[in-house]
Design a protein around this ligand. Structure first.
Ligand SMILES: O=C(O)CCC(=O)C(=O)O
Length: 304
Protein backbone atom coordinates (compact mmCIF):
# COMPACT_ATOMS: atom_id res chain seq x y z
CA UNK A 1 0.00 0.00 0.00
CA UNK A 2 1.25 3.46 -0.78
CA UNK A 3 0.52 6.47 1.39
CA UNK A 4 -0.02 8.46 -1.80
CA UNK A 5 -2.92 6.33 -3.06
CA UNK A 6 -6.50 7.26 -2.08
CA UNK A 7 -7.46 5.72 1.29
CA UNK A 8 -10.19 3.09 1.60
CA UNK A 9 -13.72 4.35 2.31
CA UNK A 10 -13.98 4.85 6.08
CA UNK A 11 -16.48 2.39 7.61
CA UNK A 12 -17.44 1.64 11.24
CA UNK A 13 -15.33 -0.89 13.10
CA UNK A 14 -14.49 -2.07 16.62
CA UNK A 15 -11.07 -1.52 18.13
CA UNK A 16 -9.67 -3.41 21.13
CA UNK A 17 -6.63 -2.27 23.13
CA UNK A 18 -4.99 -4.98 25.23
CA UNK A 19 -3.32 -3.38 28.26
CA UNK A 20 -1.03 -6.32 28.89
CA UNK A 21 0.30 -7.22 32.32
CA UNK A 22 2.89 -9.78 33.42
CA UNK A 23 5.64 -8.63 31.04
CA UNK A 24 8.72 -10.16 32.66
CA UNK A 25 12.11 -11.61 31.86
CA UNK A 26 10.81 -14.83 30.27
CA UNK A 27 10.16 -14.09 26.60
CA UNK A 28 8.28 -17.34 25.95
CA UNK A 29 5.95 -16.57 28.88
CA UNK A 30 5.45 -12.99 27.59
CA UNK A 31 4.51 -14.31 24.16
CA UNK A 32 2.15 -16.90 25.60
CA UNK A 33 0.40 -14.33 27.76
CA UNK A 34 0.10 -11.90 24.82
CA UNK A 35 -1.42 -14.69 22.74
CA UNK A 36 -3.88 -15.61 25.49
CA UNK A 37 -4.95 -11.98 25.86
CA UNK A 38 -5.43 -11.54 22.09
CA UNK A 39 -7.63 -14.67 22.14
CA UNK A 40 -9.58 -13.17 25.02
CA UNK A 41 -9.93 -9.78 23.31
CA UNK A 42 -11.13 -11.42 20.10
CA UNK A 43 -13.73 -13.54 21.89
CA UNK A 44 -15.80 -10.46 22.79
CA UNK A 45 -19.17 -9.80 21.18
CA UNK A 46 -19.13 -7.95 18.88
CA UNK A 47 -15.78 -9.32 17.85
CA UNK A 48 -13.22 -6.53 17.44
CA UNK A 49 -11.89 -5.93 13.94
CA UNK A 50 -8.54 -4.59 15.17
CA UNK A 51 -6.64 -5.71 18.28
CA UNK A 52 -3.62 -3.80 19.62
CA UNK A 53 -0.82 -4.85 21.99
CA UNK A 54 1.46 -2.41 23.88
CA UNK A 55 4.98 -1.19 23.27
CA UNK A 56 7.77 -3.66 24.08
CA UNK A 57 5.44 -6.49 25.10
CA UNK A 58 7.89 -9.38 24.77
CA UNK A 59 10.76 -7.89 26.80
CA UNK A 60 11.26 -5.81 29.93
CA UNK A 61 11.40 -2.12 28.98
CA UNK A 62 14.90 -0.65 29.25
CA UNK A 63 17.86 0.03 26.98
CA UNK A 64 19.93 -2.77 28.56
CA UNK A 65 17.26 -5.31 27.61
CA UNK A 66 16.70 -4.32 23.96
CA UNK A 67 19.85 -5.95 22.47
CA UNK A 68 19.31 -9.08 24.57
CA UNK A 69 15.71 -9.61 23.44
CA UNK A 70 16.14 -8.32 19.88
CA UNK A 71 15.02 -10.64 17.08
CA UNK A 72 15.69 -10.44 13.35
CA UNK A 73 12.52 -9.88 11.31
CA UNK A 74 13.80 -9.32 7.77
CA UNK A 75 10.63 -7.70 6.42
CA UNK A 76 10.72 -5.25 3.54
CA UNK A 77 7.42 -3.40 2.99
CA UNK A 78 5.83 -4.31 -0.32
CA UNK A 79 7.80 -7.55 -0.66
CA UNK A 80 6.50 -11.07 -0.06
CA UNK A 81 7.30 -12.41 3.41
CA UNK A 82 7.15 -16.07 4.34
CA UNK A 83 5.88 -16.18 7.93
CA UNK A 84 6.57 -19.89 8.36
CA UNK A 85 10.28 -19.29 7.89
CA UNK A 86 10.42 -15.98 9.77
CA UNK A 87 13.49 -15.84 12.02
CA UNK A 88 11.36 -14.07 14.66
CA UNK A 89 9.45 -16.23 17.11
CA UNK A 90 7.42 -13.16 18.09
CA UNK A 91 6.38 -12.57 14.47
CA UNK A 92 5.41 -16.22 14.06
CA UNK A 93 3.34 -16.13 17.27
CA UNK A 94 1.57 -12.89 16.35
CA UNK A 95 0.82 -14.05 12.82
CA UNK A 96 -0.64 -17.30 14.10
CA UNK A 97 -2.94 -15.64 16.63
CA UNK A 98 -4.09 -13.06 14.06
CA UNK A 99 -5.02 -15.90 11.71
CA UNK A 100 -6.60 -17.99 14.43
CA UNK A 101 -8.81 -15.13 15.61
CA UNK A 102 -9.33 -13.49 12.19
CA UNK A 103 -8.51 -9.97 13.39
CA UNK A 104 -6.15 -7.24 12.22
CA UNK A 105 -3.43 -7.33 14.85
CA UNK A 106 -1.10 -4.44 15.69
CA UNK A 107 1.53 -6.45 17.50
CA UNK A 108 2.66 -3.76 19.93
CA UNK A 109 6.39 -3.39 19.51
CA UNK A 110 9.41 -5.61 19.97
CA UNK A 111 13.16 -5.01 19.86
CA UNK A 112 14.33 -5.86 16.32
CA UNK A 113 17.90 -6.46 15.18
CA UNK A 114 18.38 -5.76 11.48
CA UNK A 115 21.21 -7.44 9.61
CA UNK A 116 20.44 -5.22 6.60
CA UNK A 117 21.24 -2.20 8.80
CA UNK A 118 24.55 -3.47 10.14
CA UNK A 119 22.99 -5.22 13.15
CA UNK A 120 21.35 -2.06 14.52
CA UNK A 121 18.47 -2.53 16.97
CA UNK A 122 15.09 -0.83 16.48
CA UNK A 123 11.87 -0.59 18.49
CA UNK A 124 9.51 -2.08 15.93
CA UNK A 125 5.77 -2.53 15.55
CA UNK A 126 4.48 -5.23 13.19
CA UNK A 127 0.96 -5.54 11.80
CA UNK A 128 -0.89 -8.69 10.67
CA UNK A 129 -3.96 -9.18 8.50
CA UNK A 130 -6.73 -11.59 9.56
CA UNK A 131 -5.05 -14.12 7.26
CA UNK A 132 -1.86 -13.84 9.35
CA UNK A 133 0.15 -11.97 6.72
CA UNK A 134 2.71 -9.44 7.93
CA UNK A 135 1.38 -6.33 6.17
CA UNK A 136 3.22 -3.39 7.76
CA UNK A 137 5.98 -2.43 10.10
CA UNK A 138 6.92 0.77 11.92
CA UNK A 139 10.27 1.44 13.55
CA UNK A 140 9.98 4.06 16.30
CA UNK A 141 11.23 7.22 14.65
CA UNK A 142 11.82 9.42 17.70
CA UNK A 143 13.86 7.74 20.42
CA UNK A 144 12.85 8.29 24.03
CA UNK A 145 15.82 10.21 25.43
CA UNK A 146 14.75 12.37 28.35
CA UNK A 147 16.28 13.61 31.59
CA UNK A 148 13.99 15.14 34.21
CA UNK A 149 16.30 15.45 37.25
CA UNK A 150 15.06 13.61 40.32
CA UNK A 151 12.23 12.02 38.32
CA UNK A 152 13.15 10.06 35.23
CA UNK A 153 16.15 9.61 32.99
CA UNK A 154 15.80 7.32 30.00
CA UNK A 155 18.04 6.97 26.97
CA UNK A 156 16.80 4.60 24.30
CA UNK A 157 19.55 5.81 22.00
CA UNK A 158 22.10 3.96 24.20
CA UNK A 159 21.14 0.83 22.30
CA UNK A 160 18.43 1.72 19.75
CA UNK A 161 18.44 3.43 16.38
CA UNK A 162 15.51 5.52 15.17
CA UNK A 163 13.46 4.44 12.15
CA UNK A 164 13.40 6.57 9.03
CA UNK A 165 9.98 5.95 7.52
CA UNK A 166 6.35 6.92 8.05
CA UNK A 167 4.05 3.93 8.00
CA UNK A 168 0.40 3.00 7.63
CA UNK A 169 -1.71 0.11 6.40
CA UNK A 170 -5.02 -0.25 4.63
CA UNK A 171 -7.90 -2.42 5.84
CA UNK A 172 -11.33 -2.76 4.17
CA UNK A 173 -12.63 -0.14 6.65
CA UNK A 174 -9.85 2.47 7.19
CA UNK A 175 -6.30 3.54 6.57
CA UNK A 176 -4.50 3.24 9.91
CA UNK A 177 -1.31 5.19 10.61
CA UNK A 178 1.36 3.94 12.98
CA UNK A 179 3.74 5.44 15.53
CA UNK A 180 5.29 4.30 18.80
CA UNK A 181 5.05 6.12 22.13
CA UNK A 182 7.47 9.11 22.08
CA UNK A 183 6.52 9.59 18.39
CA UNK A 184 3.27 11.14 19.71
CA UNK A 185 5.23 14.21 20.88
CA UNK A 186 6.12 15.09 17.28
CA UNK A 187 3.01 16.51 15.61
CA UNK A 188 4.57 16.27 12.16
CA UNK A 189 4.37 12.46 12.09
CA UNK A 190 0.63 12.37 12.87
CA UNK A 191 0.00 15.34 10.56
CA UNK A 192 1.70 13.68 7.63
CA UNK A 193 -0.14 10.39 8.20
CA UNK A 194 -3.49 12.20 8.44
CA UNK A 195 -2.86 14.30 5.33
CA UNK A 196 -1.97 11.11 3.50
CA UNK A 197 -5.38 9.67 4.19
CA UNK A 198 -5.20 7.94 7.58
CA UNK A 199 -8.53 8.28 9.37
CA UNK A 200 -7.22 6.47 12.45
CA UNK A 201 -3.79 6.64 14.13
CA UNK A 202 -2.71 3.92 16.57
CA UNK A 203 0.50 4.07 18.61
CA UNK A 204 1.56 1.35 21.05
CA UNK A 205 3.16 3.24 23.97
CA UNK A 206 4.43 3.09 27.54
CA UNK A 207 4.42 6.45 29.31
CA UNK A 208 5.58 6.62 32.93
CA UNK A 209 4.45 8.00 36.27
CA UNK A 210 6.10 11.41 35.66
CA UNK A 211 4.97 12.29 32.15
CA UNK A 212 1.90 10.02 32.05
CA UNK A 213 -0.38 12.09 34.31
CA UNK A 214 0.57 15.32 32.53
CA UNK A 215 0.94 14.43 28.89
CA UNK A 216 -0.49 11.00 27.95
CA UNK A 217 -4.09 12.09 27.42
CA UNK A 218 -3.21 15.67 26.46
CA UNK A 219 -0.96 14.60 23.57
CA UNK A 220 -3.48 12.09 22.22
CA UNK A 221 -6.32 14.56 22.36
CA UNK A 222 -4.10 17.16 20.71
CA UNK A 223 -3.11 14.82 17.85
CA UNK A 224 -6.78 13.81 17.44
CA UNK A 225 -8.05 17.40 17.34
CA UNK A 226 -5.39 18.97 15.20
CA UNK A 227 -5.75 16.23 12.59
CA UNK A 228 -9.46 15.41 13.10
CA UNK A 229 -8.74 11.70 13.30
CA UNK A 230 -9.33 8.90 15.77
CA UNK A 231 -6.24 8.47 17.93
CA UNK A 232 -5.44 5.54 20.24
CA UNK A 233 -2.49 4.42 22.35
CA UNK A 234 -2.10 1.02 24.02
CA UNK A 235 0.07 0.79 27.16
CA UNK A 236 1.34 -2.11 29.23
CA UNK A 237 -0.30 -2.47 32.65
CA UNK A 238 1.53 -0.88 35.59
CA UNK A 239 3.91 -3.19 37.45
CA UNK A 240 5.61 -1.56 40.43
CA UNK A 241 8.01 -4.53 40.69
CA UNK A 242 9.33 -3.90 37.15
CA UNK A 243 12.28 -1.65 36.32
CA UNK A 244 9.98 0.73 34.39
CA UNK A 245 6.64 1.81 35.80
CA UNK A 246 4.15 2.25 32.98
CA UNK A 247 1.32 4.75 33.28
CA UNK A 248 -1.32 2.44 31.81
CA UNK A 249 -4.56 4.24 30.89
CA UNK A 250 -4.76 2.91 27.33
CA UNK A 251 -7.21 5.16 25.59
CA UNK A 252 -9.10 6.04 22.44
CA UNK A 253 -9.93 9.62 21.41
CA UNK A 254 -12.43 10.61 18.73
CA UNK A 255 -11.86 13.31 16.05
CA UNK A 256 -13.57 15.93 18.27
CA UNK A 257 -11.00 15.25 20.99
CA UNK A 258 -13.33 13.34 23.25
CA UNK A 259 -11.97 10.31 25.15
CA UNK A 260 -14.35 7.49 24.18
CA UNK A 261 -12.63 4.58 25.93
CA UNK A 262 -10.03 4.31 28.67
CA UNK A 263 -8.64 1.72 31.08
CA UNK A 264 -7.20 2.23 34.55
CA UNK A 265 -3.63 1.02 35.13
CA UNK A 266 -4.17 -2.70 35.71
CA UNK A 267 -4.32 -5.38 33.04
CA UNK A 268 -7.48 -4.86 31.03
CA UNK A 269 -8.97 -4.82 27.55
CA UNK A 270 -10.79 -1.74 26.36
CA UNK A 271 -13.08 -1.62 23.32
CA UNK A 272 -14.19 1.33 21.23
CA UNK A 273 -16.55 1.69 18.31
CA UNK A 274 -14.88 3.73 15.61
CA UNK A 275 -17.58 5.67 13.78
CA UNK A 276 -16.93 7.59 10.55
CA UNK A 277 -19.93 9.83 11.35
CA UNK A 278 -17.97 11.59 14.11
CA UNK A 279 -15.02 11.99 11.73
CA UNK A 280 -17.24 13.50 9.02
CA UNK A 281 -19.07 15.77 11.47
CA UNK A 282 -15.79 17.05 12.94
CA UNK A 283 -14.39 17.83 9.49
CA UNK A 284 -17.69 19.27 8.23
CA UNK A 285 -18.40 21.44 11.27
CA UNK A 286 -14.87 22.73 11.84
CA UNK A 287 -13.46 22.65 8.30
CA UNK A 288 -9.75 23.21 9.10
CA UNK A 289 -8.79 20.59 6.52
CA UNK A 290 -9.88 23.04 3.79
CA UNK A 291 -8.86 26.27 5.54
CA UNK A 292 -5.11 25.76 5.74
CA UNK A 293 -2.96 28.65 4.51
CA UNK A 294 -0.20 26.98 2.54
CA UNK A 295 0.47 30.42 1.03
CA UNK A 296 1.62 31.46 4.54
CA UNK A 297 3.38 28.27 5.74
CA UNK A 298 4.46 25.06 4.03
CA UNK A 299 2.50 21.80 3.94
CA UNK A 300 4.83 19.42 5.80
CA UNK A 301 3.21 16.39 4.19
CA UNK A 302 4.52 17.43 0.76
CA UNK A 303 7.92 17.67 -0.84
CA UNK A 304 9.80 14.65 0.41
O1 LIG B 1 7.21 10.83 26.04
C1 LIG B 1 7.12 10.33 27.17
O2 LIG B 1 6.92 11.01 28.17
C2 LIG B 1 7.26 8.86 27.36
C3 LIG B 1 7.76 8.17 26.13
C4 LIG B 1 8.06 6.76 26.31
O3 LIG B 1 7.88 6.21 27.38
C5 LIG B 1 8.54 5.97 25.19
O4 LIG B 1 8.78 6.51 24.12
O5 LIG B 1 8.68 4.75 25.36
Amino acid sequence: MSLTSPPPAFKPFTLALVQLGQVGADKAANLKHARDMVLKAASAKPKPDVVVLPECFNSPYGHVHFPVYAEPIGFTPGQAYDIASSPSESVRTLSEVARETGVWLIGGSIPERSAADGGKVFNTATVYSPAGELVAMHRKVHLFDIDIPGKITFKESETLTGGTTINAFDTPFARIGLGICYDVRFPELAMISARRGCQVLIYPGAFNLTTGPLHWELLQRARAVDNQVYFAMCSPARDMTAGYHAWGHSLVVDPMGQVIAETEHDEDIVYARIDPKTFEEARGGIPVTTQRRFDVYPDVSKGF
